[in-house]
Ligand binder design. Structure first.
Ligand code: FAD
Length: 399
């Protein structure tokens, strides 16, 4: 039996642990947060990723937690409605695609694994030392242990990637924008509604999902790479306040509420691009290896599918990690690249450069329901996403 350490207990980590367990391996998950991180934003599960969730027997539960968003409304600086869009189309979803809060998905995946997978919370790997028979791992808190393999499922700024491949700069590609999201009181009384206020180079939104008492504020802005301390939340809040100073609609109120937000998040919209995802006995999965950026809407689906393929490849290779990592890369790379391609074109519609472009976008949204070719136009939006989301066929691996 192979002992496998997974760093990161969000989406890719627990999914990998689930499938490794099913294939007879012994996974251990180390998560830096003191307990399961239940906060977060809306994420989508589409295409092949839905197949993974179905094979885990979790599809019904995931659907029960769907956000059930109804509509996206676009408003100007005075809050006047300029256009609307169905929530499905706004999220680029069709058919069976599910939108769920990241924290709800993480909770479902954790519940499906916690009884037969060892979870170590509030800890992090400090060093990896590869030996002929395994990897000796040192932790911040727990005593050192040796594992057969180590997997980095620890996100965009992966710790395992830094330890095994070096610092992140060569791997992280900034797509020219930043995103911030945090919980705010639902002072607009939104019910399964998303409201967006686009301004040149900066868009602000607020949404509330099914059964949520509060709302999320979303800030997007164009910017070259900014210098700030990723651990200094106060500095990041100040930065966001400065960038959005003077913007209309509910922006001043949302920025005021930011002071009390328990889950403030700010990061660049960036992709992880690497020539290879493994080094010796260490391998990466999910955002750590091929994070497509929030703008692609496909990070979660890539994490789910990547975890399934990696675990299956290890089972198919009977634990021969070299053969397994090679198979994992060759089966996943095309799928990862196709989904990464979505991000830059999505971003063009998410943050518009000028007032004229915004007026044109609002005009087209108002006109669309009345156009004879509207179905073809909708397909032009959803088809590239559908194609990317299904650009892999799930294999049946032996268990
Ligand atoms: C604002 C925002 C909006 C998004 N919107 C969408 C969307 O609409 N659709 C979509 O599909 N995706 C979206 N995503 C992306 C999606 O959340 C990720 O692609 C997905 O969660 C990837 O899962 P992961 O498990 O690889 O990484 P993550 O979810 O980032 O999880 C990494 C885990 O590793 C842990 N960790 C970090 N460092 C360490 C360490 N040193 N030791 C131990 N553990 C560690 C973290 O605490 C975390 O639990 C969005 C992301 C953001 C930030």
């Amino acid at each position: 039996m192979t002992n496998i350490l997974i760093s990161g207990g969000s989406v890719a980590g627990p999914t990998l642990a689930y499938w490794l367990r099913r294939h007879g391996f012994t996974p251990t998950v180390v998560e830096r947060a003191p307990s399961l991180r239940d906060g977060g934003y809306k994420i989508d599960i589409r295409g092949a990723a839905l197949g993974v969730v179905e094979r885990m027997g979790l599809a019904d539960e995931v659907r029960r937690h769907g956000t059930d968003m109804r509509i996206a409304r676009f408003v100007d600086a005075d809050g006047r409605q300029k256009a609307t869009m169905s929530a499905q189309l706004f999220g680029g979803r069709e058919g069976d695609d599910v939108e769920i809060m990241r924290g709800d998905l993480a909770g479902i995946l954790y519940a499906a694994t916690k009884d037969d997978v060892e979870y170590i919370f509030d800890d992090s790997i400090t060093a990896l030392e590869e030996t002929p028979g395994g990897v000796r791992v040192t932790f911040e808190n727990a005593p050192p242990r040796t594992f057969d393999l180590v997997v980095g499922a620890d996100g965009l700024h992966s710790n395992v990637r830094a330890l095994a491949f070096g610092e992140e700069t060569p791997f992280i590609h900034h797509l020219g924008h930043y995103i911030s999201i945090f919980t705010v009181p639902n002072h607009l009384g939104l019910d399964r509604t998303e409201v967006m206020h686009p301004a040149p180079g900066r868009s602000v939104g607020m949404y509330s999902t099914r059964s949520a008492a509060d709302a999320k504020a979303l800030f997007l802005f164009s910017s070259p790479p900014l210098a700030y301390d990723r651990r200094d939340v106060a500095q990041q809040k100040k930065l966001l306040s400065e960038i959005f100073a003077g913007q209309g609609w509910e922006v001043p109120r949302l920025l005021d509420a930011m002071a009390d937000a328990p889950d403030f998040y700010l990061d660049s919209i960036s992709q992880v691009r690497m020539d290879r995802w493994s080094s010796g006995r260490v391998v990466l999965v999910g955002d750590a290896a091929y994070g497509p950026s929030p703008a692609s809407g496909q990070g979660t689906s890539l994490a789910l599918v990547g975890a399934y393929v990696l675990a299956g490849s290890l089972a198919a290779a009977a634990g021969d990690h070299r053969a397994a990592f090679a198979a994992y890369e060759s089966d996943m790379r095309h799928f990862a690249e196709e989904n990464q391609k979505l991000a830059e074109s999505n971003l063009k519609g998410m943050v518009l450069k000028s007032a004229g472009q915004i007026r044109f976008q609002m005009f087209m949204l108002r006109l669309m329901p009345h156009l004879p070719g509207k179905n073809a136009m909708i397909k032009r939006v959803t088809e590239p996403i559908r194609k990317a989301a299904t650009a892999i066929t799930l294999k049946d691996y032996r268990s």
